[in-house]
Design a protein around this ligand. Structure first.
Ligand code: NAD
Length: 790
């Protein structure tokens, strides 16, 4: 036997991380008083506890206080009491606290890592080298944001008391992602860890005690779904930040509808790991190990769908299998372990069930020969081949060490397969051709794209998804906005529409000529139902009739908006020019529009003219900003740059107000168009003729067919149709409170981003009713990580 043979024949010896410090901490703590409220440790008011156990053995670790609704009340009261002083404290004062937290965590880094691995089951290499250092980086990074608040976020202030609910897969890291930006922004928090993994949050609360966090600024309550629901529904909370499953995310979206609470949802995923034939296969295999077997695949952005180009599929799968055979499954505290146990027996059963179902549906599930430890919730790494796109393993988030493989022939097919999911969290693209990778990245429906890499995170780079992966971003500048509120000039309360005119059937003949049609796909079309609505002048006379749009008309308009590729793919300069033309053409007919405004609203000639002039000015503004509201380049502490690209949200539904019927509509439609969205607008129900008069202006302005669609009719009804439509990506509603609340509640199908005025309009004439606050809502930030170096 030569030296190399001997080397390969050698077995790994155990390399356990010492756990005595963690065991001593566990033994010394009173977990019956585990609620950290108002700077003190409390037992649950009802005396209830829940068990947390060790996934590698099933042994009980602690019986932890289970917060009741009364405890949540107490935590919210403490956060409310602490808010005025904390939010008014200087950025420097808050920065010092955040920095002190980061430094104190550094001093206890090892204890955090060991506790995390004991409680969650993740390999110590991961908790030690990834979770804990990243969590610390988050606090230190956000110390800077606290101080830079006035400089970087002018006109913004803290959103108030926030409720934060996190999952068990990255207990400390998710806590850091939530608490650091909230404190930087001047918010006070009530955070609930997941019931499987309460321990590191308790240690973190101890750190808060020592790091000088004022009482009540951070409150950490333990418990399960009931405690979570008490936070979500608490009237004293102004924002909910949730990370967890899409299922619970939808419950929360519905529960907070109409409450005015700001909401961010970081949910599940089914991310694609795309390997092109020119990829460096060995690197791709290492990437895969990280992409799907990191944290046993219990990762929201796990690359759980391997899409591989046909020509290299066999070679890549062979390499993957060889590599899988070398993955070491074992104790999370062993430094050689690659794969630890799943978090709980329920999770193990779920994963096994999904693998069995996937196999039943035709997938071939392969596992390496390996002996699993005799106790604990272990699951072997699993490779599923022969997976059809409809297979449960290709569609459902498994949240376990299971990789579903599919092949593709060309780039288009790769993109189509990658996007064939209801999620939109992350994707990896592997190719040695950076041109190809940067061609594919923008076409993937994902909030984060890693090129020749995977699972790269940094506090300075936003993370988050769209579609059923939720909305909002964590980290960096984008993440800070989630805890801030912009000063928007509020308008009066919007009352529900008074329904006076009933729809009348359109008849052929003279009357039809007076009926303005709908504007769909660049054409004026008759409403599906063939009914129209009379529109009255200010003096109560008949001004004209408009189409009575219905569900089918909205569906047609959404299809036209979706089919319009010319607008989102146009250059920003091109969009800018078209918006300038719109302004120019509206200007050419300013007198006519002013007369129409006076006739319908009764506004005097001067006021009407002013509204038209302001509408033109606003079009000009967004024409100018179309090629200026751009993304950024981040330089994270890695050999990579992160391109934070501004992408359009997609198809945006807009329900415009009656107040300032021309300016209100244009103030909403123009920023959406400027950023490359296509729009389905429901104009003012009372004064729709101002929108129908715009058809010709649009037609003369080179707007591509389908970029703007206008459906007149009953706002409340059409808002509901837009909210329920799963091909609408964003919805902006300025209507009465009930319509706004319903739109939010009914948006859960695809979790579209809803911006509602909550029953209030804006003062559309104010300069503050324009600009970045609108443009930000018109974009999704996609973070594309591009590595460099050999
Ligand atoms: P989960 O949704 O079951 O639970 C998450 C948290 O919500 C827990 O704290 C739980 O107690 C609480 N909760 C449960 N029901 C609730 C209710 N009705 N009201 C309020 N709170 C409630 O998710 P999980 O199983 O703990 O975590 C796994 C999920 O988290 C996966 O889907 C994963 O993709 C997702 N996740 C997403 C991200 C991201 O950034 N996008 C990060 C990590 C995990």
């Amino acid at each position: 036997m030569n030296i190399l043979d001997r080397y390969h024949a050698m077995e790994y010896g155990p390399a356990p991380e010492a756990r005595n410090e963690a065991d001593a901490w566990l033994a010394a703590r009173d977990f019956g008083k585990a609620l950290f409220i108002d700077g003190g440790w409390k037992a649950a008011s009802g005396g209830k506890t829940f068990d947390t156990s060790e996934p590698s053995s099933g042994k009980l670790l602690a019986k932890v206080s289970d917060a009741s609704a009364a405890d949540i009340d107490a935590a919210v009261a403490a956060a409310t009491k602490a808010l005025p002083k904390w939010s008014a404290s200087s950025g420097y004062a808050r920065a010092k606290v955040l920095y002190a937290i980061g430094r104190a965590m550094q001093r206890h880094q090892r204890l955090f890592a060991v506790l995390e691995s004991i409680d969650n089951g993740k390999p110590i290499r991961e908790s030690r080298d990834i979770d804990v250092p990243l969590a610390i980086r988050h606090f230190i990074h956000h110390a800077g944001w606290a101080q830079a608040l006035d400089r970087d976020f002018p006109g913004h202030k803290s959103v108030g008391v926030v409720g934060q609910i996190i999952p068990w897969n990255f207990p400390l890291l998710m806590l850091a992602w939530k608490i650091a930006p909230a404190l930087a922004a001047g918010c006070t928090v009530v955070l609930k860890p997941a019931e499987f993994t309460p321990l590191t949050a308790i240690l973190f609360a101890e750190i808060c005690e020592r790091a000088g966090v004022p009482k009540g600024v951070v409150n950490i309550v333990q418990g399960g779904p009931e405690a979570g629901a008490a936070i979500v529904n608490h009237p004293g909370i102004q924002k909910i930040a949730f990370t967890g499953s899409s299922e619970v995310g939808k419950i929360i979206r519905k529960a907070t509808a109409g409450s005015g609470k700001k909401l961010s949802l970081e949910l599940g995923g089914k991310s694609a790991f795309i390997v092109f034939e020119d990829a460096d296969l060995d690197s791709a295999v290492e990437g895969l190990v990280d992409g799907i077997w990191f944290n046993q695949g219990q990762v929201c952005c796990a690359g759980s769908r391997l899409l591989v180009q046909e020509g290299i599929a066999e070679a890549l799968i062979a390499k993957v299998k060889t590599r899988m055979s070398r993955l070491r499954v074992g104790s999370p505290l062993d430094k050689n372990t690659d794969i630890g146990p799943l978090v709980d027996l329920t999770q193990l059963d779920r994963v096994k069930g999904l693998v069995a179902e996937g196999a039943k549906q035709g997938a071939v599930c392969w596992q390496p020969d390996a002996v699993l430890p005799s106790s604990g919730y272990y699951h072997l790494p699993t490779l599923a081949t022969g997976v059809s796109p409809a297979n449960i393993l290709a569609q459902e988030e498994v949240f376990g060490p299971v990789l579903a493989t599919m092949t593709f022939r060309n780039t288009e097919e790769a993109i189509e397969l990658a996007n064939n999911t209801r999620y939109g969290l992350a994707a990896s693209v592997w190719s040695e051709n950076v041109n190809l990778a940067l061609h594919v990245a923008p076409q993937l429906k994902a909030g984060v794209v890693w090129i020749n890499g995977t699972n790269m995170f940094d506090a300075a780079c936003g993370f988050g998804g769209h579609r059923e992966s939720g909305f909002g971003r964590e980290g960096g500048r984008e993440g800070m906005f989630e805890y801030l509120k912009a000063k928007l000039p509020l308008g009066p309360v919007i009352k529900p529409a008074v329904i006076s005119a009933q729809p009348v059937e359109q008849v052929d003949g003279a009357a039809i000529d007076r009926t303005a049609k709908l504007f769909i796909g660049g054409k004026q079309v008759r409403p599906d139902g063939n009914y129209s609505l009379a529109v009255a002048t200010a003096k109560g006379k008949l001004a004209g009739e408009v189409g009575f749009g219905n569900r089918k008309d909205i569906r047609d308009a959404v299809s036209a908006a979706r089919a319009c590729k010319g607008w989102p793919e146009a250059t920003a300069y091109n969009r800018s020019q078209v918006l300038y033309y719109l302004a120019e053409n509206l200007s050419g007919r300013a007198g006519e529009f002013a007369a129409r405004l006076s006739e319908l609203t009764g506004a005097n000639a001067k006021a009407a003219r002013e509204e038209v002039e302001q509408s033109i000015e606003r079009l000009f503004l967004y024409a100018g900003l179309a090629d200026k509201f751009e993304g950024r380049v981040h330089q994270p502490p890695a050999r990579a740059v992160t391109l934070a690209l501004h992408e359009p949200v997609g198809v945006v539904g807009i329900v415009a107000p009656d107040a300032s019927p021309l300016l209100g509509l244009i103030s909403l439609v123009a920023p959406a168009l400027a950023m490359g969205n296509t729009v389905v607008a429901v104009p003012s129900e009372r004064y729709p003729l101002l929108a129908t008069d715009l058809y010709q202006v649009i037609e003369y302005s080179d707007v591509p067919a389908g970029a703007i669609n206008i459906v007149t009719g009953r706002s409340a009804e059409l808002a509901g149709v837009l909210a329920k439509h799963d091909d609408v990506d964003g919805l902006w509603v300025f209507a009465d409170a009930e319509t706004c609340a319903k739109a939010e509640a009914e948006s859960i199908g695809n979790l579209k981003r809803v911006w509602s005025g909550n029953g209030r309009g804006l003062d559309w004439a104010s300069d503050e009713a324009a600009g970045d606050a609108f443009l930000r809502r018109a974009v999704e930030v996609k973070n594309v990580w591009v590595p460099y170096g050999d």
